[in-house]
Ligand binder design. Structure first.
Ligand code: HEM
Length: 317
């Protein structure tokens, strides 16, 4: 289904929920970033946002938008952080290098990295870490989600030495203990884990990327609390996959799926209360997602502290 048609599905209650953030957000402005050397022209991040927003929609790609795969790129660039060693995270954009580019978890993300290359060519001074995380912000906002405060300041790693070891991102075939240990390592708690996973309202699994197959909802180009409604309101049955693995599918609409890890997390008593909360209260989901996702994108970034925080105006949603 095309993104254009999804973008028109905004109910008054959703506008109300988003209005909260717009009211609390100061109007963006273009400023010179402290990270820029004085001889360089300041990067117009507001224009970068607009340029990415302009290229999101494509009826010939997946469900009509590059937003979901760009959001997955932003998350996989950031979710490698280890709070104990203070390594990984979005700073170095180390996924540009092998072996990290070839880690199984990053299958398919070359599409997202390549898709942003024309933007990088237009703004050669932007770091890849800033570009990828900003693209994640654009995806969330332009597909109907909350305003995500964002600041620049990431510096590109120069070689494969910046790569993180394999295994830092979650394995969807595993269970709740694994998911906890992966996200606790980044510094997130149970509530934040559930809030972040709500991003699966967007996008789909691809057999040639993860081996899993299908979207998490009937509206995969529309950010909302739909993920929590779908997981808690439907009947899930196991389906074997051609690659020898399996996934959960909705008994009444088997095109809609859940990963083995997700139902395991959902059934865990300490996690399940947050699924109930977010299924009932979209504004609370938006509030918690905004906080957790902003922090995710900043993990491991050595900000100087005087960077401007941008709250970009959403264009299409
Ligand atoms: C909780 C642990 C998580 C697991 C096990 C997981 C696993 C997966 C898998 C297997 C896919 C399918 C990839 C493909 O075949 O194309 C996927 C896609 C996706 N994930 Fe996650 N994920 C997790 C958390 C997150 C988080 C925290 C975010 C963002 C905040 C996120 C955002 C996405 C998006 C937007 C897609 C769709 C990509 C597309 O449509 O191309 N995921 N995830």
């Amino acid at each position: 289904m095309a993104f254009r048609s999804m973008a028109t599905r905004i109910t008054p209650s959703r506008l109300g929920a988003r209005g909260y953030y717009f009211n609390s957000a100061s109007k963006y402005s273009v400023g010179s970033s402290a990270s820029q050397k004085s001889e360089k022209k300041p990067i117009d991040y507001v224009q970068v946002y607009k340029d990415i927003a302009d290229i999101l929609e494509d009826d010939d790609y997946d469900d009509g938008s590059y937003g979901p795969v760009l959001l997955r790129l932003a998350w996989h660039a950031s979710g490698t952080y280890d709070k104990d060693t203070k390594t990984g995270g979005s700073n170095a954009a180390s996924m540009r290098f092998e072996p990290e580019a070839l880690h199984d978890a990053n299958n398919g993300l070359k599409i997202a990295r390549d898709y942003l290359e024309p933007i990088k060519a237009k703004y050669p001074d932007i770091s890849y870490g800033d570009l990828w995380t900003l693209a994640g912000v654009v995806a969330v906002q332009e597909l109907g989600g909350p305003t995500i405060p964002w600041r620049p300041g990431r510096k590109d790693g120069l070689s494969a030495e910046s790569c993180t070891p394999d295994g830092r991102l979650p394995d969807a075939a595993k269970k709740e203990d694994h998911i906890r240990s992966i996200f606790y390592r980044m510094g997130f708690n149970d509530q934040e884990i559930v809030a972040l996973t709500g991003a699966h309202a967007l996008g789909r699994c691809h057999p040639d990327r993860s081996g899993f197959d299908g979207p998490w909802s009937e509206q995969p180009t529309f950010f909302s609390n739909e993920y929590f409604k779908v997981i808690s309101e439907r009947q899930w049955v196991k389906k074997d996959l051609p690659n020898g693995g399996w996934q959960w599918v909705d008994k009444n609409n088997p095109t809609v799926m859940m990963l083995p890890s997700e139902i395991a997390v959902y059934k865990d008593k300490d996690f399940s209360k947050y699924f109930e909360l977010y299924a009932k209260d979209e504004a609370k989901f938006y509030e918690d997602f905004t906080k957790a996702f902003t922090r995710l994108l900043e993990l491991g970034v050595p900000f100087k502290g005087d960077e401007k925080v941008y709250k970009f105006e959403t264009i299409n949603a």
